[in-house]
Design a protein around this ligand. Structure first.
Ligand code: AQP
Length: 327
């Protein structure tokens, strides 16, 4: 049994297929045989501007998504990062042993700065990998399920832990990343060269887990492919249809090779119709559960999660303070 920690930012009111297949699906398997902590990493959401009322709604919807996906609060700890002050306490300690030059190397930061410009980039965006390190190290997590884009941040976490341990004595566990191969990166429907993202301004770029059937049909119909009309998995030459094939394979559990064979004579239109139907069928049980979850259920889950997470976090920060000379 290993200790596992992961989380999702409540930066939008809905999650998409990328979150399910890149993160939550793995969590469902992990919860059976491990000690799992799944956070709503609300402090991370603040790295982009959030409207306060909407943020509260996003947090609730994220817990609802966790529960409707099948995370079992009897088996896992579901908690809100901002309710455990030790995350920010440890974050500060870790900022004092992390080099600014290391942060500037982070691809996610570089990408955002390239898009939005260096002048307007916020310090929170630069520093958030350190907060992520604090989230993980606080709980002695051994395994961290992440999407491909987070591997670099996990490497930094390991480096920070190693540095602290060397300087102050064995304190932190070095976590391992766990990356699912298929589904690790679901691409945007309108531009299959970029990752499907919940804060994308174009709602037709992603399939939200709560999208209604008609909307799913429209989104898949509009999804970018190519002019060849030939169904073949080739992410380099045919990124659009390859992304749709990946999604089809994930929702139907049919291997890619079998899908290529099945659709070798058909064009994109028919494949897209089948894909939309397959997604609708796949999401239907999730959506039924999602609509049944009450606010009192959410409050109860968060309150129990807070108690369990707090007990561990408090002990760890006391140890850290003692090691560095604050106690
Ligand atoms: N498109 C994706 N394919 C596979 N995995 C994905 N994840 C996110 N998008 C995809 C994985 O979900 C986990 C939590 O994501 P997050 O919401 O905390 O942060 P994110 O990766 O920044 O997700 P978004 O949708 O792109 O959010 P915004 O637009 O707010 O920045 C991670 O393990 C991530 O890899």
């Amino acid at each position: 049994m290993k200790r596992v920690l992961s989380g999702i930012k409540p930066s939008s009111d809905v999650l998409h297929l990328g979150h399910y297949f890149g993160a939550i699906k793995q969590w469902l398997t992990l919860q059976e045989k491990n000690e799992c902590f799944f956070a709503v990493v609300d402090l991370h959401a603040l790295t982009t501007p959030q409207e306060p009322k909407q943020l509260q709604k996003n947090i609730t919807n994220l817990v609802k998504t966790y529960l409707a996906s099948g995370l079992n609060p009897q088996k896992v700890v579901i908690f809100k990062q901002s309710e455990i002050a030790e995350h920010t306490q440890l974050f500060w300690v870790l900022t004092t042993i992390t080099k600014v030059s290391e942060l500037f190397l982070m691809t996610q930061y570089k990408d955002k700065v390239q898009k939005e410009g260096q002048k307007s980039a916020l310090a929170g965006l630069l520093n958030y990998p350190i907060l992520m390190a604090a989230d993980i190290l606080l709980y002695d997590a051994q395994l961290v399920p992440v999407g491909e884009d987070q591997i670099q941040h996990l490497e930094l976490t390991r480096e920070i832990a190693r540095r602290f341990n060397q300087r102050f004595g064995e304190t932190f566990v070095l976590p391992q990343p766990l990356v699912e191969k298929v589904g690790a990166r679901i691409m945007a429907l309108d531009d299959p060269t970029k990752k499907m993202s919940k804060s994308d301004k174009n709602p037709f770029s992603f399939i939200a887990l709560t999208d209604k059937p008609e909307l799913i049909k429209t989104k898949i119909k509009k999804a970018v492919t190519d002019s060849e009309n030939r169904i073949k998995y080739d992410p380099i030459k045919k990124p659009g249809i390859s992304n749709l094939l990946t999604i089809m394979s994930l929702v139907t559990r049919i291997p890619l090779k079998s899908l290529e064979k099945k659709y070798q004579e058909t064009g994109y239109a028919l494949f897209k119709e089948d894909l939309a139907e397959a997604i609708i069928k796949f999401l239907s049980p999730f959506q039924t559960k999602y609509n049944q979850i009450s606010s009192s259920q959410i409050e109860k889950v968060l309150s129990e999660g807070r108690k369990k997470a707090k007990t561990i976090a408090q002990k760890k920060i006391q140890l850290v303070y003692q090691k560095i000379g604050l106690r």
